[in-house]
Design a protein around this ligand. Structure first.
Ligand code: AP5
Length: 241
């Protein structure tokens, strides 16, 4: 573990439909590589909980299952990525979600990260899951309001009904995990986020992972992709071990 803490990982961009397992896999990556998870969904929900200006502006779109306007995302993401814990690497969970966001992110990273030669280029990982599995995952999801651990009543139930295994808190259902909102989120994904896969694929930067397997199998594939990426970049002389 000490080795993982010492080395650069660079930006890890996790793409995938709602329910693909971005949050679940982010937690495994955090634990292994000791880099922070930047979940734009979590950041937005936190703004809504605190009742900030941004929180008021995004509530209606999030309640409907629509994407938040691109312009509202940039400051929030830039502020978080400028924090010192991101210098060695970070996981982007839920961003970018439109082609414009992908272009903005490339420009931001180029300007603020890659002038520093020790920073690795991003690895872009697509978690690929079929539609039926996504519906089951989203309708069955429960999460712990205290520690954030994610469960699923179908696939990863807690030991005791509706209680967190780690701290005993009562598990909650996310507001946007109601069936009509889930359908809208999946439609938004097809229309707005599918082109982001093409954006990265066209540049030869997209690595797809079969994410309909058991969580630990998906994690093993992701670690393999990150390790190869880091080794390849080190071989090109862009990383310092
Ligand atoms: P956000 O919070 O990002 O939600 P999402 O993308 O819809 O993704 P989810 O969190 O629902 O799914 P996940 O992939 O993390 O899956 P999880 O690991 O939980 O966004 C919410 C809203 O915020 C958006 O609708 C939008 O309005 C707004 N927003 C956010 N970012 C934005 C942006 N960049 N631009 C504009 N608007 C933005 O897993 C799901 C379930 O499956 C869990 O129960 C889990 O236990 C289970 N599971 C996971 N992996 C497996 C497995 N391998 N096998 C079996 N079950 C599994």
């Amino acid at each position: 573990m000490a080795n993982e803490a010492a080395r650069n990982v660079g930006p890890v961009i996790l793409l995938g439909a709602p329910g693909a397992g971005k949050g679940t896999q982010s937690k495994a990556i955090v634990a292994h590589y000791l880099v922070p998870q930047i979940s734009t969904g979590d950041l937005l929900r936190e703004h809504m909980r605190r009742g900030t200006d941004l929180g008021h502006k995004v509530r209606a779109a999030m309640d409907r299952g629509d994407l938040v306007a691109d312009e509202l995302m940039y400051d929030m993401v830039a502020t978080r990525l400028r924090e010192p814990d991101c210098r060695r690497g970070f996981i982007l969970d839920g961003f970018p979600r439109t082609s414009r966001q992908a272009e903005w992110l490339d420009a931001f990273l180029k300007k603020e990260f890659f002038e520093n030669s020790e920073t690795l280029q991003p690895v872009v990982i697509h978690l690929d899951v079929d539609y039926t599995q996504l519906l089951l995952r989203l309708t069955g999801r429960r999460s712990c309001p205290t520690c954030g651990r994610i469960y699923n009543v179908h696939f990863q139930p807690p030991r005791y009904d509706e209680l967190c295994d780690l701290d005993g808190s009562k598990l909650i259902l996310r507001d946007d995990d109601r069936e009509e909102v889930i359908r809208q989120r999946l439609e938004e994904y097809e229309m707005q986020t599918r082109p982001v896969l093409e954006y990265y694929r066209a540049q030869g930067r997209l690595v797809s992972v079969t994410a309909s397997r058991a969580p630990e199998e998906v994690t093993a594939q992701i670690f393999g992709v990150i390790d190869s990426h880091v080794a390849l970049q080190a071989g090109r002389g862009t990383a310092r071990e």
